[in-house]
Design a protein around this ligand. Structure first.
Ligand code: ZN
Ligand code: ZN
Ligand code: ZN
Length: 141
């Protein structure tokens, strides 16, 4: 995809979610689309490449995207929440993520769908299923 394809996609997503197109929302959606994997707030800041894109702006922008379900939290790593576009997932289930134990990269395994855990189970109520896998990426295997 070219730069303008990402921009068009981001604008369409915001329109569907009935959110105004602001520069910060477009930038974050584009950064996440290009990354194709979950990113922490710091990684988003670095990849957005904007001087005046401060932490508070990123935080508030992510909040608005989380609220309408365009973005969701994929997992926690090194105490940092990692965000991704939610278009490959349902409200109750996220695709598995594999972290390569050799290079440390995390990949979205969007083609794998695992059976959802039964809820309620022995009094536990399950709201959302996220699975983390460990192994090797194709490059390291
Ligand atoms: Zn997901
Ligand atoms: Zn690897
Ligand atoms: Zn993912």
């Amino acid at each position: 995809m070219t730069k303008s394809d990402f921009d068009m996609q981001a604008r369409r997503m915001l329109k569907t979610a009935k959110l105004y197109c602001t520069e910060s929302r477009l930038t974050i959606l584009e950064v996440l689309a290009k990354a194709g994997k979950p990113l922490s707030q710091d990684q988003i800041a670095r990849r957005s490449g904007k001087k005046h894109f401060d932490k508070v702006t990123i935080y508030r922008t992510l909040e608005s995207l989380l609220r309408v379900g365009l973005v969701h939290k994929a997992f926690m790593e090194k105490r940092a929440c990692h965000f991704e576009l939610a278009h490959n997932c349902t409200e109750h289930q996220c695709h598995p993520h594999l972290t390569c134990s050799s290079c440390g990269d995390t990949h979205c395994l969007t083609q794998i769908s695992l059976p959802m855990a039964k809820s309620p189970y022995q009094g536990f109520v399950i709201h959302r299923q996220q699975v983390r896998l460990e192994g090797l990426c194709p490059r390291c295997a």
